[in-house]
Design a protein around this ligand. Structure first.
Ligand code: TMP
Length: 211
């Protein structure tokens, strides 16, 4: 089972992923929790380059190829082997992030992005993508409260984050079979409950699986 979490910055992914990891543990499900960019040693180095405030001059194509490089390494080294070993993989961002952040917002390189997403993922497509949705203002406020030292992305304008949000919602609408939209303005425990409801049919011991 391959589950990805997506959403704008400050949507609450990190908290929900750690709660969800605990749910999997309670259910005795072997899992790997990972993230992009930065799910491998090489990926962490790429993440540092991507998010560094020293690199504000990075051109969009360089950025796109760095995310692709991170993903190629991550899928080969972590995601594919874990799925082949029968583990659940929970990934904080995946190829949908590239489609939205590098594609939708700039409105360029659409075909190239599709090709890179295909080549780097080696057929590993998420079974479920949880989109934690909240207004851009809410996301930015949460992130600012949490960490005053904002990275390169979080320094972007509110307008940028609004475009990201609507980019994700459009993608969720296009791939309805895979995406589930969760309202992340709700209190954290309610968001966690909604996530469990979405995933419970896949849990081996789930009541919903009983006849
Ligand atoms: P994070 O803070 O959720 O770990 O993500 C780091 C930043 O990287 C976030 O602003 C979104 C961005 N990103 C992209 O622009 N493209 C991608 O493909 C991925 C995976 C992340």
């Amino acid at each position: 089972m391959f589950i990805t979490f997506e959403g704008i910055d400050g949507c609450g992914k990190s908290t929900q992923i750690s709660w969800f990891e605990a749910t999997l543990r309670e259910n005795g499900i072997p899992s790997v929790v990972t993230r992009e960019p930065g799910g491998t040693k090489i990926g962490q180095a790429i993440r540092d380059i991507l998010l560094s405030l020293d690199n504000t001059c990075m051109v969009p194509l360089a950025e796109l190829f760095l995310y692709a490089a991170d993903r190629a390494q991550h899928v080969s080294e972590v995601i594919k082997p874990a799925l082949e070993a029968g583990k659940w993989v929970i990934c904080d961002r995946y190829f949908d992030a590239t489609t939205v952040y590098q594609g939708v917002v700039l409105g360029r390189h659409e075909k190239l992005i599709e090709q890179l997403n295909r080549e780097t993922t080696l057929g590993c497509k998420p079974d479920v993508t949880l989109l934690l949705d909240c207004p851009a203002e809410v996301g930015l406020e949460r992130r600012t409260k949490r960490d005053k030292r904002r990275d390169r992305f979080e320094r972007k304008t509110l307008d940028f984050h609004i475009k990201i949000r609507y980019g994700y919602l459009a993608l969720a609408n296009k791939y309805k079979d895979r995406f589930r939209i969760i309202d992340s303005t709700l209190p954290e425990d309610q968001v966690a409950r909604k996530i469990r409801e979405v995933i419970s049919p896949y849990l081996p011991e789930s009541d919903l699986n009983q006849p």
